[in-house]
Write a protein that binds this ligand. Structure first.
Ligand code: NG1
Ligand code: MG
Length: 510
């Protein structure tokens, strides 16, 4: 699925039919507010959507394949450019339609560097990180003395922040796309954009994998996306077979906000370190070598997938068989509940200061012991579930309503439920509210229910046939939402039945 980011001519190219009336009103509002703010029309709009991950949680940074899909909610950046007034700098004006929550900023930036202070959680950092990545690419193409244009920008984002639907990747991807397009890069390569957005987002302080940016950029309407990271980034569209009744992915908010910038040292960034240390440990013990694994594209340069590949080099076992074997090997090799640095370091042929420098210096983390066994077991079993989910989707099912459709739904749902169990008990990235939403949904007819995204709050995703959607919604209302103090706005946004949406696009304003 190589190609360039599409240039949309009408909103029909971007949204599903049911979303069009609301989106038209929203775009009209954005473009007229742009005119009011900046006294002239926008030149173009760059758009990147949020995503929901169907299956494959917390394995992208270990370089295992994942299966997300884009949603309708997105980030829109209306943009115009103007000539630089200084020979040494350019200007960026960024404002937001929600001006009170996200105040306007104006930056006067030198041509050669974009400073981002990741210790301050500031909404425009995401724009700046996209800007920085885009400029690196433009410099590679046009030379080191490339002079970016000044830009005026108005943003409208509908992906809830901190909600597990990847507002951050949507914002970074839309920003990078806007900067590339504004600076004359008219046919933006999807792989280039995704790769730069992945690296850029790390500048904001989260050592993330590449699922969200891939889903945001590559998705096409009506399909999920099978994203693989090795040997290089690839994204393949996956159709859901037609079933009767139709299956839906229902997204339900927990309204527990998980802010990775605050919790990173004990949650997300710590998991990335634990997985990388588990890879180093398993490699040293099972590959019986003192030479390190070759550096790979994972955030810390060493991944469970990299260990896996080396261990099974030349093997003719299927990937599924290999993963099953790795689960057993992990149980035998990593027998402790937690491992302190002093125990890990000599095994992986490092001193403790070297271990700290290599694994815990780029992104601060706080831990006495690292749960190598649990994290590796989650990753291998989740990587296996993704492959099982995919092969279930691709195996023929009878179109007739009845037992085989039921078996198909159940198989997919069971895999999603197993993911939730593993996230809750083994990876420890759920929270009581997410667990509760899953239990309520299953009791009301969901085949499979689990957290989606990083977890520790945010969203959940549920596999529900059309004829049961209303009863699942009613059960959440009765047992979850009505017991919380929510605004009307929050209640309206609590549950979304999302069809797979399209990926990034540029829209030229006529
Ligand atoms: P969200 O839910 O957007 O915070 C995060 C990571 C993904 C992936 C998932 C867990 C970012 C930008 N994204 O997603 O790469 O690791 O968690 O599967 O941090
Ligand atoms: Mg995010």
């Amino acid at each position: 699925m190589v190609g360039t980011v599409p240039v949309a001519k009408s909103l029909e190219d971007i949204y599903t039919e049911d979303a069009l009336p609301t989106q038209r009103a929203r775009w009209d509002q954005l473009l007229s507010q742009f005119k009011a703010n900046y006294s002239h029309p926008a030149h173009f709009v760059s758009r990147s959507p949020g995503r929901v991950n169907i299956i494959g949680e917390h394995i992208d940074y270990s370089l295992y394949s994942v299966l997300p899909m884009a949603i309708t909610a997105d980030v829109l950046l209306a943009v115009s450019t103007f000539e630089n007034s200084s020979p040494t700098s350019y200007k960026i004006k960024v404002s937001n339609v929600q001006a009170v929550k996200f105040p306007t900023h104006e930056f006067d930036l030198p041509f050669d560097a974009v400073d981002i202070d990741a210790s301050v959680h500031e909404w425009t950092n995401y724009f700046k990180s996209g800007l920085r990545g885009a400029l690196e690419l433009l410099r590679k193409k046009h030379g080191a003395d490339f002079k970016p244009k000044s830009m005026e920008i108005l943003m409208d984002g509908t992906v809830p922040a901190g909600g597990g639907l990847s507002s951050s990747a949507a914002f970074v991807s839309a920003s990078a796309l806007a900067v590339l397009y504004a600076n004359g890069y008219a046919s933006v390569d999807k792989t280039e954009l995704t790769e730069l957005a992945i690296v850029s987002e790390r500048a904001v302080g989260v050592n993330s994998g590449g699922m969200d940016q891939s889903a945001s950029v590559f998705s096409t309407r009506g399909s999920a996306l099978f994203v693989s990271f090795v040997p290089s980034l690839t994204a393949k569209t996956i159709q859901f077979p037609k079933t009767d009744p139709e299956l839906n992915f229902v997204i339900a908010q927990s309204f527990v906000t998980s802010n990775k910038h605050v919790t990173g040292p004990v949650c997300y960034n710590l998991r990335v370190v634990e997985c990388s240390l588990a890879a180093a440990y398993l490699h040293a013990v099972l590959n019986k070598t003192s030479s390190p694994l070759p550096k790979d594209a994972s955030p810390l340069g060493i991944s469970l997938q990299g260990f896996h590949d080396t261990y099974f080099k030349g093997s003719n076992k299927s990937i599924e068989e290999q993963l099953e074997e790795l689960i057993e090997l992990t149980k035998k090799t990593l027998t402790q509940d937690g491992y302190p640095r002093e125990e890990i370091a000599p095994i992986i042929h490092l001193t403790v200061p070297e271990l700290n420098e290599r694994f815990t210096s780029a992104f601060p983390i706080r831990a006495e012991k690292f749960k190598l066994r649990q994290r590796a077991l989650h990753v291998f079993s989740e990587a296996l579930r993704v492959l099982q989910f995919l092969s279930t989707l691709q195996s023929p099912i009878s179109q007739a309503p009845g037992s085989s459709t039921e078996a198909f739904n159940k198989k997919l749902g069971d895999l999603m439920n197993a993911t939730q169990d593993s996230c809750r008990d083994v990876y420890e990235c759920s929270c009581p509210e997410l667990d509760e939403l899953c239990t309520i949904a299953r009791n009301a007819g969901s085949y499979g229910s689990r957290l989606t995204g990083a977890g520790w709050g945010g969203c959940s995703v549920h596999l529900v046939p059309t004829d049961r959607v209303e009863s699942v919604k009613a059960a959440w209302e009765k047992d979850y939402y009505s017991k919380r103090n929510l605004t009307v706005e929050q209640k309206d946004a609590a549950v979304v039945v999302s069809k797979p949406g399209s990926g990034s696009a540029v829209f030229i304003v006529q």
